[in-house]
Write a protein that binds this ligand. Sequence first.
Ligand SMILES: [Zn+2]
Length: 581
Amino acid sequence: MEQFIVSARKYRPLTFANVVGQSSIAQTLKNAIERKQLAHAYLFCGPRGVGKTTCARIFAKTINCFNPDANGDACGECESCKAFAENRSYNIHELDAASNNSVEDIRNLIDQVRVPPQIGKYSVYIIDEVHMLSAAAFNAFLKTLEEPPAHAIFILATTEKHKIIPTILSRCQIYDFNRISVESAVAYIEKIAKNENIDYEPEALHVIAQKADGSMRDALSIFDQVVSFCGTNVTYAKVIENLNVLDYEYYFRLTNAFVEGDYCTALVIFDEILSKGFEAQYFIRGLNSHFRDLLVCKDTRTASLLEVGAAIAESYKKQAEICSVAFLFTALDITNTCDAGYKTSSNQRLHIELALCKLSNAVNLRKEEQTVKTVDNIEKNKNEVIAQQQTKQESRDKIEKISGNDVKIEEIKEKTTVAARPETVSIKGFSNLTESINIETKEVKQEESNTLQMTENFTEEQLFTAWKNCAAVFAQKQPRVASAMIAAKPVCETDNVVVFNVQQIIQKQWLEDKGIARNICLYLQKELKNTTLKLDVRVDQSGDRIDAPKLYTDSDKEKHMHEKNPELANFQSVFELYDGK
Ligand SMILES: [Zn+2]
């Protein structure tokens, strides 16, 4: 039986050119070798599985090669290269600082460093996880690191640069390794899959790369795992089953439900997800990423931040079209808050379900906001109409002013006032005037019919309904207005005057000063289709609270009590209760 070698080892890059996702670092190291400007200590920082050790090994192999090729790469054929290929080279020493972190271990290393290599020029010492060295070990190492023998080169590797003491940092050339992008990982796995004659769906490889989260080694391990599960045909469905990844499809269906305000479907889908054994927090995080992906699809400038396969990217773009940016912001906020509070929630399932309900309502909230805006717009239009009417009046005045000239004013007047058809009334015979008077009557007429001429009758019941709806609109933004409206029962008097009773004068002032009363009036006008409707805010006198004198001081209160109950004087004299004596 053929021996199985894991892909991460089998396909470990052998030259700088083949290193995935670290092209600039590879190029810099190669240049340094070509120019023979080798430092005696390097520090490679970066997440796990991104090629730190691989680069260190290629580096060691290349500087020891007897006859490097024209590109500056190791030949792969000389004695040194062969020794490297067969893992028997004495020019490279790897030390795992995680398990060899004592001073004793470092002293052994220092003794070893003194011995020059038998073949090749350099001995390369790779110290992995160097941040795990004890403080004493670090100090023991400092001297050697600063002035090593000419044949020794140290390559320190770490995932946690911040744990390295500054005295070490200042003695090293520092290289920061990137996370491997999903795209690079996918491209590399594709190459391996082709080499191994494995059929694959591009989406499947994307899931693998995403699961690996920036680590090439993890990506290859996952790939091996998936291949042993799927055989020679790696499909999206099998990969998400094997890796226990939630299908994108769920998120798409959920988002559709949110956009339609359909919380029932959302809750049912969530139940389905739980019944498949997925953890609720994993789900809410996935949903959060889904909204993030939709958001980046909204703009061509951010579209490249979407790290999925082409087919799914198309679905994302489609769904992004039905989601507004405002909805996505709200949705991101809701899912983020939900995730943050998940651990401390006493009923975690309900916690998530509540977030799903909020998400289903997010679209409705926006609709209500738009209604408030519409009310504002109507008001604006009305003001414009009034302004235009004023202009019209001014024009008429002008015409009258110049009536001394022999022009048939009546005719012009008629034209300006009737003007039923869209037309421009220009005044003939006044070309000598510097200013010609044009009155655009079209818009004015139209808006008049839209906003100013609604006189439908309404019943008391219709008024109550409109009143309640209006209160609901305010409930979100100005709950105080909503509660005042709910507390008051609107009364319709003659001439369509609706009375809004409030408890205190200050409420009345506030409603009127802030323009809220006006907005309520406009809302009612629109909903009841009657523009003659007026709103009158009145202070409710029935409670007798307004005019009653306020009792501030103690003597005021005492006086008031005496008036109410004359017996109090008796009581006071019996118990000798006077002015605090
Ligand atoms: Zn060689």
